[in-house]
Design a protein around this ligand. Structure first.
Ligand code: ADP
Ligand code: ASP
Ligand code: MG
Length: 403
């Protein structure tokens, strides 16, 4: 007998037919003799719908109430899936975040799961029941309802796997696994059978939303193997695990992209020690993450240009911060919000020279201008004009033999 977490994403529970189908998968797993905890997302589109309801009241909707609102999406799908299981004769019960409870810390809309009380669920599993719990949410130590960030049901699934010490954590979704790039946008993408935590973490933080990045990070820290698989086909999915288990035959494992970046350039900034710190200090204080930073060599020894990228949603606030910053002097401030970030990821890059050159040459051949670059051991990212996104992804996918 195995103890399993089965997580169903939004599309997998996106309609009543799909909920009934997911219930059949759960029933089958249970009939194999497994103890099962199910983590469910809100029905596809529900969380977005709730966000737009809040926005129709205010763009600055009260954060506490936003969590109360957003957490209802998963409550609906928990009840529906539990009802569907009862209907086909399976013993199941839903447990809400506050009933378990799932304890979180951190601010509203962006909390982290730190623990769960196991008692009620363990008792229920021990009498042969299946526990259905909502992803994406918890309660704070003060009993306040919290949510843990978009895509957070993946993080709930990993936390359940860790806290309940399950034998597996299966992420059921609308694609057959992790692909070399988004199969819905680039149909030539290939499914990856096995991938390391490190590569998956890079891919997901660079835009492959098939797994939420903080879920992958927790899985990596605690060495919890994950399996991403389809709710709609029986085919084998993708295993995400420790890199010792992986055979690296390819230099590049995947190409990811995101269209949620913006680029800011400060021209003719005074070139003196401490200037970068002066520029970026207020960003940290305002919880704005800086991604790439490029500082040009000063030609006159007096001034330099600094370019950096941020999340697009932070652009307005960032411009305000820069204009208000009296500690820095610059001649001109320019920005672009129609950029995208394209990244190649692969653990095999560490041992293969010339990858950077091949990437830049390939983009040049397509007449794609690179606006910023950042590299780490296993990834290279570039910022380009948003219009060239698909062309760039296709080209890189091709030249690194992923087609
Ligand atoms: P769920 O609702 O099941 O959590 P998501 O929509 O969050 O599903 O993630 C699945 C989606 O991720 C797929 O439909 C696909 O479009 C997208 N995706 C982006 N990059 C990749 C990739 N490299 N491999 C697989 N899917 C990807
Ligand atoms: N429903 C939440 C969202 O759409 C959490 C999730 O689906 O993982 O972000
Ligand atoms: Mg998701």
């Amino acid at each position: 007998m195995k103890k399993k977490v089965l997580k169903f994403g939004g599309t997998s529970v996106g309609s009543i037919n799909r909920i009934v189908h997911a219930a059949k998968i759960i029933k089958k797993e249970s009939e194999l003799g497994n103890k099962i905890i199910v983590v469910v997302s809100a029905m596809a589109g529900k969380t977005n719908e709730l966000i737009s309801l809040s926005k129709s009241i205010s763009n600055n909707f009260n954060k506490r109430e936003l969590d109360v609102l957003l957490s209802t999406g998963e409550q609906i799908s928990c009840a529906l899936i539990t009802g569907a299981l009862s209907e086909i004769g399976v013993k199941a019960q839903s447990f809400m975040n506050w009933q378990i409870p799932i304890l979180t810390e951190g601010e509203n809309n962006n909390a982290r799961i730190i623990n769960m009380n196991k008692t009620k669920i363990d008792n229920y599993l021990s009498i042969g029941g299946i526990a259905i719990i909502p992803g994406y949410q918890g309660v704070s130590s003060l009993g306040e309802i919290t949510t843990i960030g978009r895509g957070g049901s993946d993080a709930t699934a990993v936390a359940v796997a860790k806290i309940f010490d399950t034998d597996s954590c299966e992420i059921y979704t609308d694609v057959e696994g992790v692909y070399s790039t988004d199969p819905n946008k680039i149909p030539i993408a290939k499914k990856i059978d096995k991938i390391s935590y490190e590569e998956m973490l890079e891919l997901s933080s660079l835009g492959a939303k098939v797994m939420q990045s903080s879920a992958v990070q927790t899985a990596m820290i605690y060495d919890i193997p994950l399996q991403v698989r389809s709710t709609f086909t029986d085919r084998q999915g993708t295993k995400i695990f420790n890199k010792e288990n992986i055979d690296y035959s390819k230099t590049v494992t995947g190409v990811a992209y995101s269209k949620d970046d913006a680029k800011i350039t400060l021209q003719a900034v005074e070139d003196k020690p401490g200037i970068a710190a002066e520029i970026f200090e207020p960003f940290g204080k305002n919880q704005i993450n800086i991604d790439m930073v490029i500082q040009n060599v000063s030609s006159d020894g007096k001034t330099t240009d600094i370019t950096f990228t941020i999340k697009r949603e932070d652009l307005e606030k960032s411009l305000e911060i820069l204009k208000k910053n009296k500690k820095i002097k610059f001649k001109n401030l320019s920005y672009k919000d129609n950029v995208s970030k394209i990244s190649i990821v692969g653990a095999g890059m560490v041992t293969t020279p010339g990858v950077t050159y091949r990437m830049f040459r390939a983009l040049a051949d397509e007449k794609i201008n690179i606006l910023a670059i950042s590299t780490s051991e296993i990834k290279i990212s570039v910022i380009i004009h948003e219009n060239s996104t698909v062309k760039a992804v296709k080209k890189l996918h091709n030249i690194f033999n992923l087609d």
